[in-house]
Design a protein around this ligand. Structure first.
Ligand SMILES: C=CC1=C(C)c2cc3[nH]c(cc4nc(cc5[nH]c(cc1n2)c(C)c5CCC(=O)O)C(CCC(=O)O)=C4C)c(C)c3C=C
Ligand SMILES: [Fe+2]
Length: 416
């Protein structure tokens, strides 16, 4: 039975790797050991193996942290912490060690120490846990000289309506998983591990489509109904690593090698206004068809956008203020960012409007030549601006991954 269960899990996992990970190689498969263990119940009786959703594990260790170039998961939690006033560099290092140990266990499908059993019975379910440091972390831990030059404040933009209490933060954790209980379990475990050292400043919860919900693996849709993520850079693209990850840095910032910068924006969608717009006008706001995601210049979802194409009346096929035109690298001196967000819907506001939108997360090697450059262009020139509100903002330095069991994220900053 153990062998059969392991074989079944391995077959399902292989299908998932081919179908969903798109061959990026970042999704590890649950080892036979895990599937075998799952096939034997606590009472010693045989049980069916985990499905591919439960059995898939994303390795915690590596040059880069998981959760950046990893396929999107169905559930996401973003949580920012502030250090307690008495927490110094040693306390922060001890916290990063505790967090990494717990993340290492949970992402492999093992219970962490001090487990609350929320995720008992479930496999790793593609859990990733990604840690980052905010600008305010450095002064509080006496590490001002190690603050990376790239970790700049995000400047104000004219369309911002920011809530400061849900912006910033000394530390940040991004949790992603394909199972809601696995994701919340990680959240609870990590929050308990912070006790005495750091306190939650804000938390946001999001979602994407669940694996297997569509006939074939497809780019996700956002709450405006658009296919969102098509023109993201791919790990196989030339120059991907240089644009998204920090490398070859020497001196006091060398600890960021292998890392990346996350810009996090909670962007509310004015869905009532948006949904009153006829589909053809919605498509002109984005510059792509709503059903297929194909550019208005023609082709299919993956056809490159032709920004010079004109229609029969001689006007631009992709309008001058279309989101994809204004955001495109060609319109921004080549500025590239990896968008990897989660939708959210947190009930309704006092005015009856849905409190819903996108937890927008942009990854890049340098926010000044990534998010900031593109957002400067979008601010004012993007037709989408009328239908969205940026409500919170944060930027985090996300160091490289822990490279071996027992190592912890941030060691190169906190111990050298
Ligand atoms: C500062 C960067 C960006 C913000 C903020 C942003 C918000 C935002 N975007 C959508 C929906 C779509 N965006 C699409 C493409 C796209 N968006 C950005 C940047 C920001 N978006 C870029 C760089 C691109 C790629 C442009 C290109 O090279 O073609 C698309 C089209 C499909 C795709 O390529 O992903 C959609 C749809 C929303 C709803 C939103 C705020 C809520
Ligand atoms: Fe966009």
């Amino acid at each position: 039975m153990r062998a059969r269960a392991a074989a079944a899990a391995s077959l399902l996992s292989r299908r998932r790797l081919l179908g969903i990970a798109g061959g990026t190689g970042v999704v590890g498969l649950a080892a036979g050991g895990l599937a075998g263990a799952a096939a034997r119940g606590a009472d010693g009786r045989d049980e069916p193996a985990l499905s591919t959703v439960g059995a898939t594990a994303v390795p915690f260790h590596g040059r880069h942290q998981a959760g950046i170039a990893t396929p999107l998961q169905a559930c996401g939690h973003l949580i920012a912490f502030d250090l307690r006033p008495d927490a110094d560099r040693r306390a922060a290092a001890a916290l990063m060690r505790r967090w990494s140990q717990a993340a290492e266990a949970m992402t492999a499908g093992r219970p962490p120490g001090d487990d609350d059993q929320i995720a008992l019975d479930a496999g790793p379910s593609s859990l990733t846990v990604t840690f980052g440091f905010g600008r305010t972390f450095f002064a509080k831990t006496g590490l001002e000289s190690r603050l990376p030059a790239a970790l700049v404040e995000i400047p104000p933009f004219s369309a911002d309506a920011l809530d400061r209490t849900r912006s910033g933060g000394d530390l940040w954790i991004q949790i992603g998983a394909d199972d809601p209980l696995v994701a919340v379990h990680a959240l609870r475990v990590l929050q308990r591990a912070a006790s005495g050292t750091a306190e939650a400043r804000w938390q946001m919860n999001g979602f994407n489509r669940a694996p297997g919900a569509t006939r074939r693996p497809m780019t996700v849709r956002n709450l405006m109904g658009q296919i969102d993520g098509t023109n993201n850079p791919r790990p196989s693209d030339t120059g991907f690593d240089a644009k998204i990850f920090v490398s070859r840095t020497t001196g006091p910032e060398a600890w960021m090698n292998g890392g990346s910068y996350a810009v996090v924006r909670r962007i509310r969608m004015l869905l009532d206004t948006w949904e009153r717009l006829p589909t053809a006008r919605q498509e002109r706001v984005i510059g792509r068809r709503k059903d297929s995601g194909a550019p208005l210049s023609g082709g299919t979802e993956t056809t490159p956008v032709n920004l010079s194409a004109t229609g029969p009346d001689g006007t631009l096929a992709v309008p001058g203020d279309a989101h994809v035109r204004v955001a495109a690298p060609e319109s921004n001196g080549g500025a590239t960012l990896l968008r990897r967000g989660f939708s959210y819907h947190d009930g309704h506001r006092a005015d009856g409007a849905p409190d819903a939108g996108l937890l927008f997360i942009a990854w890049q090697a340098d926010p000044t030549t990534g998010f900031i450059q593109v957002q400067r262009k979008l601010d004012g020139a993007d037709g989408l601006t009328r239908f969205i509100r940026h409500e919170s903002s944060a930027v985090f330095a996300v160091p490289g991954g822990a490279t071996a069991p027992g190592d912890y994220v941030g060691r190169a900053l906190l111990e050298s």
